[in-house]
Write a protein that binds this ligand. Structure first.
Ligand code: ADE
Length: 232
């Protein structure tokens, strides 16, 4: 069972998102559990303030360290990254993080407990990244208004790798990125649609030929659309 806890100022954001498709199945099957927690519950003041102005001046507000440290401590039992139980990852979602990848998704799928800290506003006090987060992760080189959509992306990519999450155990192995290539093109019926024909070889029943075609088509497609994946 992989447990996800999400620290956010918008816990409601996750209510419906977590209730579809493979994620719903994985939760129902007891493979994963997801809980969103309101950061404000860990504030100490009566107005439940989670942010403050940046030292040194500048625009925008910064998420304060105290409620985030208190939240991680409540969820993991520790408040320094050296002290987390084995199998625990505390992930700060921010555009400054390591860019998320299939390799990182594989790595995270071996964890037993993942805590996400969703950044907001103009940033998060740096002591969170320094002392608390085992990982800082970005889902791509663009800026979201908060880490919440990024948390849903990471959870989706990780949960579908859990043994038993997909209908067929093998289907996560033979697909885009696990071999460093894009998927080969796929077709279903009808064999001809609006003048567009399915490649003959796929209708041939010759499995060796089909495999060869798929491998070549995957390489050709990768060369054309993502040449960066082929450069070592
Ligand atoms: N928060 C804001 N932008 C982000 C990004 N690209 N990835 C993860 N978290 C973010």
């Amino acid at each position: 069972m992989l447990r996800f806890d999400i620290i956010t100022i918008f816990p409601e954001f996750f209510r419906e998102v977590m209730d579809y498709g493979i994620l719903r199945r994985a939760r129902n099957a007891g493979l994963a559990e997801v809980k969103a927690h309101d950061l404000r519950q860990w504030t100490m003041d009566k107005h439940h303030v989670v942010d403050d102005r940046p030292f040194g001046g500048g625009d925008g507000m910064i998420l304060k360290p105290e409620p985030i440290f208190a939240g991680v401590e409540a969820l993991t039992g520790a408040s320094r990254k050296e002290d987390f139980p084995l199998g625990t990852r505390v992930i700060l979602l921010s555009p400054q993080g390591e860019v998320f990848s299939q390799v990182l998704a594989q790595d995270l799928s071996n964890a037993s407990h993942i805590v996400f800290i969703c950044g907001r506003y103009e940033g998060v006090d740096e002591r969170v990244a320094e002392a608390l987060a085992t990982d800082e992760v970005s889902i791509g080189d663009y800026v979201l208004s908060g880490g919440e959509p990024a948390a849903t992306v990471v959870i989706d990519a990780v949960v579908r790798l859990l043994p038993g999450a997909l209908g067929s155990e093998t289907s996560a192995v033979f697909e885009s990125f696990s071999e460093g290539l894009l998927d080969h093109p796929q077709y279903t019926r009808p064999p001809e649609f609006r003048g567009m024909k399915v490649p003959e070889v796929l209708l041939s029943g010759n499995h060796a030929e089909i495999e060869r075609w798929r491998k070549e088509a995957a390489i050709a497609k990768t060369k054309r659309k993502r040449p960066d994946l082929l450069k070592e």
